[in-house]
Design a protein around this ligand. Structure first.
Ligand code: MN
Length: 487
């Protein structure tokens, strides 16, 4: 059974100065929850301890985050108050606990009576991304122990809510590892027979390919070593829920080309491109299947090269090539971006940013945060807010389009020119007349596709020709309308 020693062991190594506060938070939480058992029969304190451990495993060593994780359930479940936490630990921890507590009140699947609450909470999330990260670590432990819940309806409800709400949130902050695990835990509860069936089929396919894939891995690793490039070559498999979605789209499981993919990890960006050349020498690349997310990262901070080719035995195989640091960001998302572990040298940390500047960057860059604000200002009724949110944001199906300043924007599938404007330049919406999509003119109802380059066109009805913004006047297509401005 987990104990505080499991926490202190890691904290002493990674962020020693955080230890006194973390021990204090633990003592408060342990005393508050004492005598209470979880449905698994274990003392309640094992739950907050596991949440803290999940965070440490995501390489979140931030003192306030770990303290808040240990105390995240005390306000709801015990007599301890936010004031107590603010007084005993500090006000930031109290704020984080408050955010997590509010999120717990939210029953996403029964939206009718809780829309107002959902709205409040999702807006609150924009304040501090640490609330989302704690909540994900919390949900991860609850999902891992869901089998102990005796009430089956409640199990189903929690699993569905995990897919509807927590999976898109995990994706929005780039926490792919948590996303994949949450999906599979939810799916295993919602449809145990199908889960088991797909699991068995996957095992069979992997077993048949194992020898060949292993040879490829060693071949690539050896060539990289010959070029003096330190590396690690691995293979990864698609999660069961990912396979389920592909099968639903009509794929046969043995035809899913990225069911298993190679992952090549190196130290430097230029080595990624050397590795790409080496991989292409072994696995004939399919033109048009190469993606450079290193120079144009995904909006959730994900960076990697992707290429798909045909192997010597005629199999289609995807390879992802990235640095070790990029790999951390790919696994843990923003938490790896703001990894502020004071015991590590700056060069060992992917991008050493403070929580404040990360938060700032998130608000600026992350479409999820931006769009929540925008949708909030557009919808008066809570029900339509939640509906718009579900439609526009809580989806895992995205397209990527580019602006003319080569900024990559992530958008839900089905996004139109109008939606694109709402999400990227809401101040232009009243004067929007259409867009140039890959250089061709379309009206505002045009649906956008992956890879489109979009220029918004607006009428110049005394529009604020703000010189601060990158709007340029162009010679309007003279169709009797006013001149156009290109964003
Ligand atoms: Mn909890």
């Amino acid at each position: 059974m987990i104990t505080i020693d499991d926490i202190t062991r890691i904290v002493s190594k990674e962020n020693l100065s955080a230890l006194p506060d973390i021990l204090k938070a633990y003592r408060l939480a342990e005393e508050a929850h004492r005598g209470v058992l979880r449905e698994s029969g274990e003392p309640y304190i094992t739950h907050p301890l596991n949440v803290a451990l999940n965070l440490l495993n995501m390489e979140v060593y931030d003192k306030d985050t770990i303290c808040a994780a240990l105390l995240h359930d005390v306000v709801e479940d015990t007599s301890l108050t936010l004031e107590d936490i603010a007084h005993e630990i500090n006000p930031t921890v109290a704020e984080l606990v408050d955010g997590v507590t509010k999120m717990r009140g939210m029953k996403f699947s029964k939206e009718s009576k809780d829309n107002a609450n959902t709205r409040k909470i999702l807006n609150g999330l924009n304040k501090d991304v640490r609330i989302i990260i704690i909540k994900l670590a919390d949900r991860l432990h609850n999902m891992r122990t869901l089998e102990f819940k005796k009430n089956r309806d409640r199990r189903i409800e929690i699993a569905q809510e995990t897919l509807d709400l927590y999976v898109p949130i995990a994706l929005s902050i780039g926490a792919y590892r948590a996303k994949k695990e949450l999906e599979d835990l939810a799916f295993a509860n919602l449809n145990p027979e199908l889960y088991q069936d797909l699991f068995n089929q996957r095992e069979e396919i992997l077993a048949a390919r194992q020898g060949y894939i292993h040879d490829l891995e060693s071949q690539i690793a050896m060539l990289l070593r010959e070029h003096n490039i330190p590396n690690e070559v691995l293979s990864n498999v698609m999660n069961i829920y990912g396979i389920y979605k592909k099968v639903n789209q009509g794929y046969r499981i043995d035809n899913i080309y990225d069911l298993q993919y190679l992952k090549v990890l190196v130290e430097e960006v230029n080595e990624c491109f050397q590795a790409l050349g080496i991989v292409h020498g072994i696995i004939s690349p399919i033109n048009g299947r190469f993606k450079d997310y290193i120079h144009t990262p995904k909006v959730n901070f994900y960076r990697s090269l992707h290429t798909t080719g045909i192997t010597s035995n005629g199999m289609m195989l995807k390879t992802k090539i990235r640095t070790f640091d990029m790999n951390k960001v790919a696994a843990f998302g923003v938490s790896a971006v703001w990894n502020i572990n004071p015991n590590k040298k700056p060069e060992e940390i992917p991008r050493r940013l403070s929580i404040e500047s990360t938060q700032e960057e998130i608000r600026r860059k992350l479409p999820f945060a931006k769009a929540v604000q925008e949708i909030d200002s557009r919808y008066k009724s809570d029900a339509s807010f939640v509906e718009a949110l579900k439609r526009d944001l809580l989806t895992t199906e995205h397209i990527y389009v580019m602006t003319t300043t080569s900024e990559v924007i992530e958008l839900p599938v089905g996004t139109t020119v109008f939606d694109f404007c709402i999400l990227t330049a809401p101040e232009m919406i009243d004067n929007l007349s259409g867009a140039l999509v890959n250089g061709m003119y379309f009206d505002i109802t045009r649906k956008l596709s992956n890879g489109d380059v979009v220029q918004l066109l607006v009428n110049d009805y005394g529009n604020p020709a703000n010189t601060q913004t990158p709007y340029q006047k162009v010679k309007g297509k003279d169709n009797g309308q006013s001149p156009l401005i290109i964003l």
